[in-house]
Design a protein around this ligand. Structure first.
Ligand code: K1U
Ligand code: ZN
Length: 177
């Protein structure tokens, strides 16, 4: 099932998510729905708060929507080691029409459990390291725009307020006609 992706400034995106207590069939179904939603939106990662569920669950597939060959499901992921620095352009399915450079650790080790409750750790660099850090940030209520300078963030917030105003005006015009 395709799920709705919440957009900034939805309050759920700013909340710290709760640990998944147990990998039940409902959690496995949520992970499948999140993966379907990620592929449909050309994403390579998705975190549960982005679909309105404040849970520590992430899906990632760098092979993309056409291949769908490298899906990683991370339940209660934790970064246990982070080294070095890399800076790359990021976007987010919850942040409309915006991309910006963000500094992240160059390599990370992440430990989690899979959808059968089996613990595993993975070491990543490059895009996978960026994606893991971006998605785990989501679980802590942090968006990539929270890493921007105050000026860049203020400029983006101004655009979001303008869109909200335009949307409100359109709704008013529709109701009046
Ligand atoms: O969390 C999300 O909103 C998904 C987001 C994760 C992400 C991956 C890598 C860098 C930053 C953020 C995306 O999937 S955005 C899609 C995208 O921009 C992309 C697609 C393919 C390769 C690299 C980036
Ligand atoms: Zn994101």
């Amino acid at each position: 099932m395709l799920l709705e992706i919440l957009k900034y400034p939805h309050p759920v995106l700013a909340k710290k998510s709760e640990p998944v207590p147990e990998t039940t069939p409902e959690i496995r179904q949520l992970a499948d729905d999140m993966a379907e939603t990620m592929y449909a939106n050309q994403g390579v990662g998705l975190a549960a708060p982005q679909v309105g569920r404040s849970l520590r669950l992430v899906v990632i597939d760098l092979s993309g929507p056409d291949k769908r060959e490298e899906r990683i499901n991370l339940v209660n992921p934790v970064i246990t080691k982070a080294e070095g620095e890399q800076e790359d352009e990021e976007g987010c399915l919850s942040v409309r029409d915006y991309r910006a450079n963000v500094k992240r650790a160059a390599t990370v080790t992440v430990c989690a459990t899979d959808l059968d409750g089996k613990p595993f750790c993975l070491e990543a660099d490059g895009l996978l390291a960026v994606c893991l850090q971006h998605e785990i940030d989501h679980l802590d209520g942090v968006l990539f725009i929270d890493h921007l300078s105050r000026l860049k963030r203020a400029m983006y917030d101004k655009r979001v307020k303008r869109w909200a105003k335009q949307h409100h005006q359109q709704q008013t015009d529709q109701n009046d006609s």
